[in-house]
Design a binder for this molecule. Structure first.
Ligand code: GLY
Length: 406
């Protein structure tokens, strides 16, 4: 009896020991998985570009010889002709994916889609020529040095500069009356982005007049578009006869006095880009105060609601496109200041959130777009909570900039 008890005791001890080992191993496994290194930004970038290659090929198959992608309505791709302001973004996206993957199939698609936008180089009454040509032919020229791409950029930059009025000191935006308002000389903050074409061509072709136009436009915008808290109005209407300000509005935002998110994104990117080309301290200073304002106002996950001042926040749509533009600008701005770690941290947060299942499309879905959840023109009821080509373009640009930041 005593012997049996001892044996039982021994077995019990062995069982307990084994159980404790098992528990220890399970705890260790859970600890290890809990501590599993977060996906690195290199891994995030690779994952997104792998997806982008699939999505781009799918999207390219849906396009005919004249159409360019605009959005996705849940069942089919919404397209637009080259004159639509977004026509340069898909070609630019293809060039960025080609750059990352080196896949010649994507280069062929990039050349095909870029060629569609060429007629825009003759447009002299619309500021969007900068977006359209710089994101397509500009990327082609950057990556290949193609002389035809360079010529197209040169012609386009001269066309864009035709809209400059020296009395106002700006290039006119919009050749049409968007809301039936009789603007005399509207200038929108978005127009800051188009100055990149002027500055890029001014440098390549040593054409200083184009740089003077860009610098004048940026300085006039700096003076008249901003509120004391460094949020920007969307539109300033000028009297073209004497350059005086007639009124200030926020056409695509919640209200004239609200901070429309994409406008704030164009504003941050615009002045960061101005500093890249000119190294003028006032442009850097403006970019940093805008950045500080954004850091103090962005939500926890870094993705802005479509308007910072919407009264429905937090029950409001986010705008992935504004986040993508900001991420690109924050990443670049970080390299121009002494300690850019807070700007990089915000860019990283925005990129990680955009690369999460909440925003990133599943392969083969979303009409071939990479990101979900952008807002085009809320007050007009257009493109609300949809994929948009510029969200994808600036997302990939931001990831490449982030990867090359060191
Ligand atoms: N330029 C147009 C927009 O940002 O919606």
């Amino acid at each position: 009896m005593r012997n049996i008890s001892l044996l039982t005791l021994h077995r019990m001890k062995t069982t307990m020991k084994n159980s404790l080992i098992k528990i220890f191993l399970l705890l260790l496994a859970s600890l290890v998985s809990g501590c599993k290194a977060e996906e690195s930004m290199e891994q995030v970038t690779k994952r997104v570009f792998d997806l982008a290659a699939v999505q781009c090929e799918m999207m390219a198959q849906s396009l005919d010889s004249l159409s360019t992608p605009r959005s996705f309505n849940g069942t089919s791709l919404v397209t637009a002709p080259a004159k639509w302001w977004c026509s340069g973004f898909f070609p630019g996206t293809l060039w960025l994916v080609y750059e990352y993957t080196g896949d010649e199939k994507l280069r062929a698609l990039a050349e095909r889609e870029t060629a569609k936008v060429e007629p825009i180089k003759w447009v002299t009454d619309d500021h969007d020529v900068g977006f359209q040509i710089n994101c397509s032919f500009g990327q082609q020229y950057r990556l290949t040095g193609d002389s035809h791409a360079r010529d197209v950029m040169h012609t386009a930059a001269r066309s864009l500069a035709v809209g400059f009025n020296p009395t106002v000191g700006c290039i006119r935006s919009w050749s049409f009356q968007l809301d039936g308002t009789n603007w005399q000389f509207p200038v929108i903050i978005d127009n800051m982005m188009n100055l990149e074409l002027l500055l890029s061509v001014a440098k390549t072709e040593s054409e200083s007049a184009l740089e003077e136009v860009a610098v004048s436009h940026a300085r006039t915008t700096m003076k008249n578009h901003y509120r004391p808290d460094f949020t920007t109005y969307h539109l300033v209407d000028y009297n073209p006869a004497d350059g005086s300000v007639i009124r200030k509005q926020t056409v695509q935002g919640y209200a004239d006095e609200s901070a429309w998110s994409r406008g704030q994104a164009w504003s941050l990117y615009g002045f960061t880009m101005m500093y890249r080309f000119t190294r003028e301290a006032d442009f850097l200073e403006r970019a940093t105060v805008i950045a500080e304002m954004l850091l103090s106002r962005l939500p926890e996950d870094g993705i802005p609601y479509w308007d910072f001042d919407s009264p429905n926040i937090p029950n409001e749509y986010r705008d992935a496109s504004a986040a993508a533009v900001m991420a690109s600008a924050f990443t670049e701005l970080a390299s121009y200041v002494e300690d850019g770690s807070r700007y990089l941290a915000m860019a990283e947060k925005q990129l990680r959130t955009l690369a999460s299942p909440e925003y990133l499309a599943e392969p083969g879905t979303n009409g071939g777009f990479i990101l979900k959840h952008s807002v085009g023109h809320f007050p007009a009821g257009n493109e609300i909570d949809v994929p948009l080509s510029y969200a994808d373009y600036y997302f990939l640009e931001a990831l490449e900039k982030f990867a090359n930041k060191h």
